[in-house]
Design a protein around this ligand. Sequence first.
Ligand code: PMP
Length: 286
Amino acid sequence: MIKNVINMGSYNYLGYGQNTGPVNDAAAEVLSQYGAGVCSTRQEMGNLDKHEELERLVARFLGVESAMAYGMGFATNSMNIPALVGKGCLILSDELNHASLVLGARLSGATIRIFKHNNMQSLEKLLKDAIVYGQPRTHRPWKKILILVEGIFSMEGSIVRLPEVIALKKKYKSYLYLDEAHSIGALGPTGRGAVDYFGLNPEDVDVMMGTFTKSFGSAGGYIGGKKELIDYLRVHSHSAVYATSPSPPVVQQIITSMKCIMGEDGTTIGLGQMMAFDLLTILERL
Ligand code: PMP
C-alpha cells in the first residue's frame, strides 16, 4: 500500500533531490556518456573535465579564486582540517559544530578549545587567552589559530554571527573556516550563503566549506578560497589523494542545479526560488 506522507526530515531544501525535471535529465545524460564510477583518484587517472567544470563553477558561485570538490561532505571536513592545522596550532570550535568538524579537529592533532554557541564574548575570551598565554608550558605563540563555525548550524538552525566572527578573526590575526552545508544555496538574496546574507566579502572567510547534499540535492562537498590554499589541498588532503573522484552524473546534478540557482540555465526556476527566499529573509528581519 502506498501512503502519502510529508517529509519533514530531509535537507532537500530547494527540491533538486527529486527524480524528475531538467536537473535529473542532465544527470541521466552524463551517466550514459561517462558511466557512474571513476574508479581512480583525482591525482591518478580520475581527473575528468566534468570535475574541472564543477570546480570553476563553484569558485564563481562563491566569488572566490579557486575551489576543489570532494566525493563526500563529511570527509571534506574530517580530511581537510588535518591538512590545514596540526600540532602547535589551536582550533576554536563552536560547541554545536557538526560531527565531521569535530572529527577533523581531533584528527588534526591541534589543541581544541570550545566556545559557547554563537557567543562572541566566549570566542573573544579564548582568542585573547590564546594570544596572551600562547601554547601551554612553553608559552610560544600558537603556529596558527583556526576558528570553526557553521553558516546555519545543523542542530539549532541558528545563523552564525558572521560579521562579528570576521571582526574578531581580523583583530586577533587568526583564520576562519566556515561550513556552509546548510546555508549554501539556501541563504542570502542570491543563495550564496552566510556571506551573501550579511552582504560581506567572501575573501574575509579563509576557508569556505560546503556540501552538495542539501540545496543541490546531490552528494559531495567543496572547499573554496585563495588559489594558493586550494593548490595546497589538492596535494596534501587525504580526500584528494586517496579517495575516488566524485561520480560524473552526481557532478552534473550539482552543475545543473547550481546553474539554476544562478539563473544561468535558461529558465526562471532558480529565480523564483530566490524571490521566495528573499521574501523569507525580509520576513525574518521584521
Ligand atoms: N557539515 C554539516 C554542518 C552537516 O550538517 C553535514 C551533514 N548533514 C556535513 C557537514 C556532512 O555532509 P554530508 O552529509 O554531505 O557528508
